[in-house]
Design a protein around this ligand. Structure first.
Ligand code: SF4
Length: 455
């Protein structure tokens, strides 16, 4: 496991705290949330994504950082307060929060746990964490949430500003992660791509956390940081090979993104000769938006004010996305995401109709099919043990694979007790290589794969 510790300046996971807020509304909000003198910590999804999201939250004046990196104490502490019926992500998040309480002190921490409505257990996590902390006597430690259920009003009157900056953080991180995964398997100096990623996170985080500037100014600063990030990745010495199998990584959002939860699966695939395409976070944001629109249409409220706001918000998000991804146009040839989440939903429809099935299972299936069309040689579905998303998709993948000329698709379950991942991934990559030799879709490559030194 690579530690991204070089980004932090103190042992408690924080960088420089934002200057004390001067806006009386922010001062009041910090008081209302009980955050005076506390740092707000977020779980990793993944570390870099949370690093940028925390930077976005610092832009409104809250001192916010990712938790420090999970370790064996995470599972030990999480295991003491869970019964085994909870999902693995719950064990990790509560374990990490308890670790931060031990390491940083109850008077210095607060936690932010996202929440969502839906058919799975995720909606219960925050309540469980609150109850656990209360049972342990930490009644004074705040646990905040952000949820789409209330239009994010739970984070106060800055919600609209914050949502826009947070969206930019999501888009920026998706792009940086894509660059990392596109570059690292081919680097000639071990660690060079990771370093480029870290430097990019630091600069992009600085831009996103800018205070007292307009959205336009913050966007311009972030685009400059992203352009510099692209150039950093371009400067990594590489030897690209077109023969590496491309493996799509889909599945439950926390487990596929959290490096500790999935035992650093992507790095193992790379070490064994593969390249990964990780399903990004933006697809989930677009999915929530699409579901919202579909619900309003079903209720006969297509012409409502709520739907109008939703449409305008989507247009603004698309504009920001376009600006942030502009510098990467040439890098992402062959790595284009689906033009809309609706395309993914339509692809999965014959197996899991989106008007009946909900959540990540639909997205994972649609993305697997989409990536087949982009020339992927295999799909890994990452799932916490006992997660219904993984159970459902595992049941339908044989039919999906059959319809895709036998492209290998395998579900990897995680509960912290993986035995021989190297062996399992090695076998999967052999299947992917066999499929690669006979697959029909033709993969496109960026120009970098054709420059001198590339095979
Ligand atoms: S998606 Fe699966 S692992 Fe994640 S919260 Fe829901 S049931 Fe649990």
């Amino acid at each position: 496991m690579v530690e991204y510790g070089s980004l932090v300046v103190t042992g408690d996971g924080r960088g420089a705290a934002p200057a004390p807020p001067t806006d009386p509304r922010v001062v009041q909000a910090i008081r209302d949330f009980g955050l005076e003198g506390r740092t707000l910590y977020l779980p990793h999804m993944p570390y870099g994504g949370t690093y940028l999201l925390a930077a976005a939250i610092r832009s409104i004046g809250f001192d916010c950082w990712p938790t420090t990196h999970s370790d064996e104490r995470t599972l030990e502490l999480g295991g003491k307060v869970t019964s085994g019926e909870e999902c693995y992500p719950q064990k990790i998040t509560v374990g990490d929060f308890l670790r931060m309480l031990d390491d940083v002190g109850r008077d210095n921490v607060a936690f932010l746990m996202p929440e969502a409505n839906g058919p799975c257990r995720f909606g219960q996590y925050r309540h469980l964490i609150r109850r656990t902390l209360d049972d342990l006597g930490y009644t004074d430690v705040p646990v905040l949430t952000i949820t789409s259920n209330d239009g994010y009003s739970s984070i106060g009157q800055y919600s609209q500003d914050l949502i826009r900056t947070a969206w930019r953080a999501v888009v920026a991180h998706d792009a940086l992660m894509k660059m990392l995964l596109r570059t690292r398997p081919y680097e000639l100096e071990p660690g060079a791509a990771d370093q480029a990623y870290l430097d990019a996170l630091r600069d992009t985080g600085k831009a996103l956390s800018l205070r007292d500037v307009s959205h336009k100014e913050r966007l311009a600063a972030t685009v400059r940081a992203m352009t510099a990030a692209r150039d950093r990745f371009r400067a990594v010495p590489t030897r690209f090979e077109r023969s590496r199998p491309l493996i799509g990584v889909v599945g439950e959002i926390f487990c596929r993104l959290n490096q500790f939860a999935n035992a650093d699966l992507i790095r193992l695939v790379e070490e064994q000769g593969g390249e990964c395409w990780l399903a990004d976070i933006a697809e989930w944001v677009w999915y929530v938006d699409d579901e919202h629109g579909r619900r309003l249409a079903e209720e006969g409220r297509k012409a409502s004010r709520e739907n109008l706001i939703r449409v305008i918000k989507s247009k603004v998000q698309r504009r920001d996305e376009h600006a942030l991804l502009g510098p990467f146009h040439d890098e992402f040839v062959g790595y284009e995401e689906a033009p809309s989440v609706r395309e993914l939903l339509d692809l999965s429809f014959p197996y899991l109709p989106y008007d009946g099935a909900l959540g990540e299972m639909v997205l994972s299936t649609g993305t697997a099919i989409y990536l087949h069309g982009k020339g992927a040689d295999g799909i890994i579905d990452v799932s916490p043990f006992t997660c219904m998303n993984g159970i459902v998709t595992e049941a339908i993948y044989p039919a999906v694979s059959r319809d895709l000329d036998g492209m290998p698709i395998r579900t990897f379950y995680f509960d912290g007790t993986q035995s021989d991942m190297e062996r399992d991934i090695g076998i999967f990559l052999e299947l992917a290589r066999t499929y690669q030799r006979r697959k029909k879709p033709v993969r496109r490559f960026p120009a970098a794969f054709a420059v001198a030194g590339a095979v």
